[in-house]
Structures are given as structure tokens and as C-alpha cells.
Design a binder for this molecule. Structure first.
Ligand code: FMN
Length: 268
């Protein structure tokens, strides 16, 4: 006589077997897809860096991204001194492998900030700088990672400078949670387009005090310090203030100012 399949024991066996099979399938997929995922993350970061530098269109192919990126040097810079350090110092295989977001959670590689205008809580000891040279070996572009708090979120981006270490070549935020249409206007190509040509420091100063200022209603071209001023995003002043503080913090003497001095002096 045949035994019924409709027993608790058999139901449980089938449930356990199915969970086992599917967990194996999901784990195998996660493991096999991880390298492709990491490659895509890296490509995405490189593409964001190149776009901020004004060198790449958003629809560029993977090959174009890789080709352009290969022209850049990646340096690991000690914050506050501008010294170039070896990747060994941060236990990375190469400067590019260094992840400043992970380092910010590591007490050996970062410290808590008391005076924290950019709202980042912890400051890394080292950060990356991307350098592109001209045929005569002079510096053509310097691209620096920057991040800081807006109204709702930490905004991650890149600021690109010309070889003088002062004139902005471009800015782009690739990750943030500001409100679309308000703080999210930091992604608006028209807002981004006002950055190239602006000056971070006063040319007759000591290049230590970044002067970027976001002003409500935009800056009048006749106004004093126009070369440092940008539109302060009406209706989203708090995000704009976050951007201003972020740029001024990362270009200040606790971060990249000394590295830019060295770049200007031809020491990089
Ligand atoms: C739902 C909602 C979302 C908002 N998102 C932002 C934002 O992303 N960035 C921002 O600066 N202000 C945002 N604001 C507005 C701020 O609360 C604040 O009013 C504004 O930053 C002040 O700028 P204003 O002086 O130019 O008006 C938001 C307001 C609301 C109600």
C-alpha cells in the first residue's frame, strides 16, 4: 500500500532540501559574480573621476574609460604634509587599491575630528590624488576626491584642478542623498558648468586658505572675489553650504593644500 506524501516529516525534508539547494545557488552566484562586480565598481569610480576632470562624456565606452584612465598617475598623499607615501604604508597593493572610505573607519588610518566643517566625523591620514601630465611632463590636471555632509547625506565627489593647482577644471558628485530638484541640483549640468575657471585660492596669497563661496542668487560678475563665487542653489542653501565647506576643507591645510604647493613647485 502506498504511503501518503502529505506528512509533516516529508514536507520538512522537501523544505530543507529546497533551502539547501537555493542557498548553494545564491552563494555560488555571489562568489562568481564578485570579481565582475568589483571590476564594474572600479570602472564606475574611474569614469566619475574622468567626468569630473571634464575629460569624458557620460556615454563613453569601457575601453575609452580604461584608455584615458591609464594616462593618469595615482598617488597616495599624506594629509596635512603633502608627502607622497608608498601603498605599503596603508597595506595596499597599489595607491589605486586604497579605499579612503574604509580607511575612515580604521583608527590606524584615520582620526576623529573636533573641528569638522565638512561634517565628515573622521579624517583619513592619507588620500589619493590623480595626476595627468602634458607631453613636456608638466602637470595638466590634478583630480582630488572630496566628501562632506549636505543636508541629508554625505556627498562624495571629485574636484579637478588645472596644473596651476588653483584653477578649477571641474567638479562632480557621484553619490549623495540630497533631494532631487533641491540639493540634488548639484548634479545639474548647468550648475556644474559654472565651476571650471573658478579659483580656489587668492593668487597673491600663500595658497593655504581656500576661498570658495556659494552665494544666494548667484554672483554678479562685477562683484568682489567673483573668481571664487558660485551660485548658492536657491531653496537648497544647506546643501550649498555643505558643498562650500567640503571644497574649502579638502583644499585646506589639513588636507591637500601642501600637496598642491608641491605640485606648483614641480616636486610631484
Ligand atoms: C522635503 C524637503 C526636502 C528638502 N531638501 C533639501 C535639500 O536637499 N537641500 C537643501 O539645502 N534644502 C532642502 N530643503 C529645504 C531646507 O529645509 C531649507 O529650507 C533650505 O535649505 C533653505 O534654503 P533657502 O534659504 O535657499 O530657501 C528641503 C525641504 C523639504 C521640505
Amino acid at each position: 500500500m502506498s504511503q501518503s506524501n502529505d506528512t509533516i516529516r516529508k514536507t520538512l525534508i522537501v523544505a530543507v532540501l529546497l533551502s539547501l539547494v537555493f542557498s548553494i545557488v545564491v552563494s555560488a552566484a555571489a562568489v562568481t559574480l564578485r570579481p565582475a562586480q568589483q571590476h564594474n565598481e572600479l570602472l564606475n569610480l574611474r569614469s566619475n573621476m574622468l567626468q569630473a576632470a571634464g575629460l569624458l562624456s557620460p556615454d563613453a565606452s569601457d575601453e575609452e574609460i580604461e584608455e584615458l584612465f591609464s594616462e593618469f598617475e595615482v598617488h597616495l598623499v599624506e594629509m596635512g604634509t603633502g608627502e607622497l607615501v608608498s601603498p605599503d604604508r596603508v597595506k595596499a597593493d597599489s595607491a589605486e587599491d586604497y579605499d579612503h572610505r574604509r580607511a575612515a573607519r580604521n583608527p590606524e588610518l584615520s582620526r576623529e575630528l573636533d573641528d569638522d566643517p565638512a561634517g565628515i566625523n573622521r579624517m583619513v591620514k592619507y588620500n589619493k590624488a590623480y595626476v595627468l601630465r602634458d607631453d613636456d611632463d608638466s602637470i595638466k590636471r590634478i583630480v582630488l576626491p572630496v566628501h562632506g555632509y549636505g543636508l541629508w547625506s554625505t556627498m562624495y565627489g571629485f574636484l579637478a584642478l588645472e596644473g596651476d593647482g588653483n584653477t578649477v577644471a571641474g567638479l562632480g558628485f557621484f553619490e549623495h542623498g540630497e533631494t532631487p530638484g533641491l540639493g540634488g541640483e548639484i548634479d545639474n549640468p548647468r550648475w556644474i558648468a559654472q565651476w571650471p575657471g573658478k579659483k580656489i585660492y587668492d593668487e597673491d596669497g600663500d595658497f593655504k586658505e581656500p576661498r570658495i563661496k556659494l552665494v544666494q542668487g548667484g554672483a554678479d560678475s562685477d562683484s568682489e572675489d567673483y573668481q571664487h563665487k558660485l551660485d548658492g542653489l536657491s531653496g537648497a542653501t544647506l546643501t550649498a553650504r555643505g558643498v562650500e565647506r567640503t571644497i574649502n576643507f579638502w583644499l585646506g591645510d589639513r588636507a591637500f593644500a601642501q600637496f598642491l604647493d608641491k605640485a606648483r613647485a614641480g616636486e610631484i
